[in-house]
Design a protein around this ligand. Structure first.
Ligand code: SAH
Length: 345
């Protein structure tokens, strides 16, 4: 293990990665190495992104997801464009320098509507991240021209058979091509995966990590899969927190200078999940700034944290936690500052 970790950054082979993923006993060495790498390349600042979950209406039927179209128990909501802009205005007023707008694939939000919202929110002097799923090249281009800076869309898994089982009527190839378009249009690209999916192997997670490295993501979100009771995967195992942390730590070694969030799903499995993540490679947190009842209805998985809290509460709570481990809150936009020249990147 020690020898493995001395291997030059970005030079881990698929077999090295599998060994690290599998090594629960010595995971603390991996976490320590990832923490040192994080500190060396992106420093002690933790960048906060204000996350607005603006609609849970979705045309897709992903087997793992609580807001899948087929879940008749989900209480559906959609913010109006005005509500969304107002929520962003308040988040900017609280000091957030990035606003992330996330939703199901809700086609009410046409290109025109989204563009107007982006233009309004850009007036608040924030970076704008979109996470609204698969769209056409023309739409991605229009959003970019309207001012969107970043786009976040997980590939979920690079095991194509598994992807097609879990995301019926969707195409892995199309999702991949969307990521390429997003990159070509000059967005900062965020992608990522879920860890602990049924039938997912360590070999396939290693493949995911190499994929994220080779596509040259600016941000990689890695979260544990948590089974939702109202989905076909209700009985699946899930909850692989430590495997997800190991995956995230290896991501940091492979791409030392990118942004890596401590994901909400980690905190949903452990009360200190995000702090643990910040200590083994992560440098970003995305506090929820969605207001009122909507938070609880954006239920991708059960046990979601902070569903009864307010944006102000979440901002101060996470701020205190971050400072308690000797880290600082980032004051800038927290863009990916590239420190390497990479092939394909
Ligand atoms: N429609 C957008 C946003 C999807 S929701 C898009 O397609 O990108 C955001 C992420 O939540 C998903 O990409 C998935 O990785 C994660 N997610 C969904 N269901 C989950 C579950 N049951 N457990 C853990 N993460 C889940």
């Amino acid at each position: 293990m020690a020898a493995l970790l001395k291997v030059q950054k970005m030079n881990l082979s698929r077999n090295d990665i599998i060994r690290l993923l599998d090594d629960e006993e010595r995971q603390n060495d991996l976490f320590k190495k990832a923490d040192e790498t994080r500190r060396k390349y992106v420093g002690d600042e933790v960048h906060l992104r204000g996350l607005i979950e603006f609609s849970n209406i979705c045309r897709n039927n992903c087997l793992y997801c609580g807001i899948r179209k087929g879940n008749k128990n989900a209480v559906r909501y959609r913010m109006t464009p005005e509500e969304l802009i107002e929520t962003a205005r308040r988040a900017a007023g609280m000091g957030f320098k990035t606003i992330v707008m996330q939703s199901g694939e809700d086609m009410y939000y046409t290109s025109e509507r989204m563009c107007r919202i982006i233009e309004e929110i850009k007036k608040f002097d924030v970076a704008v991240t979109l996470s609204i799923g698969e769209r056409s090249y023309q739409e991605y281009k229009a959003f970019r021209e309207a001012g969107a800076d970043r786009y976040l869309m997980r590939i979920e898994t690079t095991d194509k058979d598994l992807y097609h089982k879990l995301d019926p009527n969707m195409s892995w190839q199309n999702r991949y091509e969307c990521l390429l378009m997003i990159k070509e249009l000059g967005y900062e690209l965020g992608s990522g995966i879920m860890v602990g999916l049924p039938e997912q192997t360590l070999d396939s997670i290693a493949g995911d990590l190499l994929f994220l490295r080779d596509i040259g993501v600016d941000m990689a979100g890695i979260g544990p899969f948590i089974p939702h009771p109202d989905t076909p995967l209700a009985q699946a195992k899930g909850g692989a927190l430590y495997l997800a942390l190991r995956t995230m730590a290896i991501m940091r070694l492979l791409l030392p200078d990118i942004n890596i969030p401590a994901t909400t799903a980690m905190e949903s499995l452990h009360p200190r999940g995000r702090i643990m993540a910040l200590r083994c490679g992560a440098n970003v947190v995305m506090p929820n700034v969605t207001e009122g009842e909507y938070r609880k209805f954006y239920e991708l998985y059960p046990g979601k944290i902070c569903v009864n809290d307010t944006p102000v509460h979440c901002r101060s709570c996470i701020g205190l936690k971050i400072m308690s481990i000797g880290r600082k809150i980032g004051t800038g936009y927290g863009s990916h500052k590239k420190q390497f020249r990479r092939e394909n990147a």
